[in-house]
Design a binder for this molecule. Structure first.
Ligand code: SF4
Length: 317
């Protein structure tokens, strides 16, 4: 793993880039992610896929404190950028994540993060000490450990992720499972979805944000090069052969999607199956503008009044 420390001149808190983040500012703790997921949406924005390079900025905490002090009003919460896992096993980054969490939560600013990693105990304890100020998004598309090892070679096991979801939920932290990207032909069959929903329900999760894989430019080549078994590549690509190219935002690149009928059927299955376990499903509207009516609101609702109300609920005698 290569660690690069750079000076960062631009602002740390930046306007949200994704509609599902609402109006929360985004904070990029680092660039790059050593998890090297084969289906990573961040490739291209956080370095070459599979790269073992992580870039950190110097004086990060001081700069963050200065930026927060200049903001009137302060944001109710900050969303860690999804393009780099804040809990990936890089000691220098984990130290930064801890310091940033301590700073934000200590100042009463909420945090939204997404991870597929094992959250270290020290960080977990800090999060659990401020449940009303945390929204945890845990990525898990299947409990099939072998499949996960192929596509997410360095992330935490399903068992670890489920265990930490259980701890977060039990501690009062709003916890959502991100079932995205579902791999068509590999992780979208009803049996797999039943297994996943049962495990999530057992962990206490009541919300899922779901999406199916879309093929960004360059992803097909990366998948072909990195998938050791060509039959898995062919099975994954087959549903896309009847699909079409779609632009999700004006000026953005065209991406290949599976046909709307297949996606609709999948989301219907998932909603029905998840419903049996008391889990609500939000479909990613960014990647399904032809199906989903509104944003999946991944980052949750964060008006200052809502934060105060949640604090009251949690700490009422
Ligand atoms: S954990 Fe997330 S950011 Fe990191 S490689 Fe995997 S998908 Fe990309």
């Amino acid at each position: 793993m290569e660690l690069v420390i750079l000076e960062r001149k631009s602002h740390l808190l930046t306007p949200p880039r994704l509609p599902c983040v609402g109006s929360l500012p985004t904070l990029r703790l680092a660039s790059g992610c050593i998890h090297g997921c084969l289906d990573c949406y961040a490739q291209g924005s956080c370095g070459r896929i599979g790269s073992q390079k992580v870039v950190l900025a110097v004086n990060f905490l001081k700069k963050l404190r200065d930026e927060l002090a200049r903001r009137h009003p302060r944001p109710p919460a900050v969303c860690f950028d999804f393009a780099s896992d804040p809990f990936q096993p890089v000691p220098e980054l984990l130290e930064r994540t801890y310091e940033v969490l301590k700073c934000l939560l200590g100042e009463g600013v909420g945090v939204v993060f997404q991870t597929k990693a094992k959250i270290p105990r020290q960080h977990l304890e800090l999060l659990l000490a401020h449940p009303a100020l945390v929204r945890a998004i845990i990525g898990l598309v299947t409990i099939d450990r072998r499949l996960l090892r192929i596509f997410e070679p360095r992330t935490a096991t399903p068992r670890t992720r489920l265990a930490q979801m259980r701890q977060l939920v039990a501690g009062g932290v709003a916890t959502l499972a991100r079932v995205d990207p579902i791999l068509p032909g590999l992780s979208d069959d009803p049996d797999a979805l039943h297994g996943l929903c049962a495990a999530l329900a057992e962990a206490g999760v009541r919300e899922i944000a779901a999406g199916m894989l879309v093929l960004r430019p360059g992803l097909v080549r990366a998948l072909r090069n990195r998938l050791a078994r060509p039959q898995i590549f062919r099975r994954l690509m087959q549903p896309f052969s009847q699909g079409h190219n779609q632009r999700f935002r004006a000026g953005g690149p065209a991406m290949r999607v599976v046909p709307a009928a297949r996606r609709r059927k999948f989301f219907q299955w998932l909603t029905a199956i998840a419903g049996q376990y008391g889990i609500a499903v939000h479909v990613c509207a960014c990647k399904n503008p032809d199906l989903a009516g509104q944003s999946c609101r991944l980052a949750g609702a964060w008006s200052p009044t809502e934060v105060v109300e949640r604090q009251k609920e949690l700490f009422a005698p």
